[in-house]
Each structure stands twice: as structure tokens, then as C-alpha cells.
Design a protein around this ligand. Sequence first.
Ligand SMILES: [Zn+2]
Ligand SMILES: [Zn+2]
Length: 87
Amino acid sequence: MKEIIYEGIIFKEPDFIDDMKYQSKTRVAIKNGTLKKQPCEICGETEVFAHHEIYSDYLNVRWLCRSHHLRLHAIFRQLNPRVLIKT
Ligand SMILES: [Zn+2]
Ligand SMILES: [Zn+2]
């Protein structure tokens, strides 16, 4: 698993996943309060998205705002076009 440094923070290349069942599990965990949203790791923005590094470990997420999340995924997509990632 590759690691990159983005805005001074280390991120692991997300694992490849071909179904989205873990995403909906994460969504449920956020809704029922199991998983608490944190500010964006990079800029502190509070409107955040859950970013997965290991999809099956769906409660282990990184919190990123929309623009940092999109940029991070763009970087990973350049490294490995096979990495299909939504969040
Ligand atoms: Zn941000
Ligand atoms: Zn993500």
C-alpha cells in the first residue's frame, strides 16, 4: 500500500473495492452517532466527508472537506487509475 504526503499529512492509498456496502455502513454509523464527524484534517473545515483508506475497516475514516477530499482522490487516481473510489 502506497503512502503519499498531501498538505504535510500522510495518507495511504485506499484499497480497491468493487462494491459500496461499506460506504452505506459508514453512513449508518454517522447517522446513529457511532462515528463522530471531525473537522477537516487539513484545513479545519467542519463540512466534512468520511474518507476511507481500508474500506472493510469502515469505522476507521479520515475526515476531509469536499475540496481536499476531491484533490486527494485526484492524486490517487493519477497514481493508480484502477483505484475506484467514491469517498
Ligand atoms: Zn479541508
Ligand atoms: Zn475518500
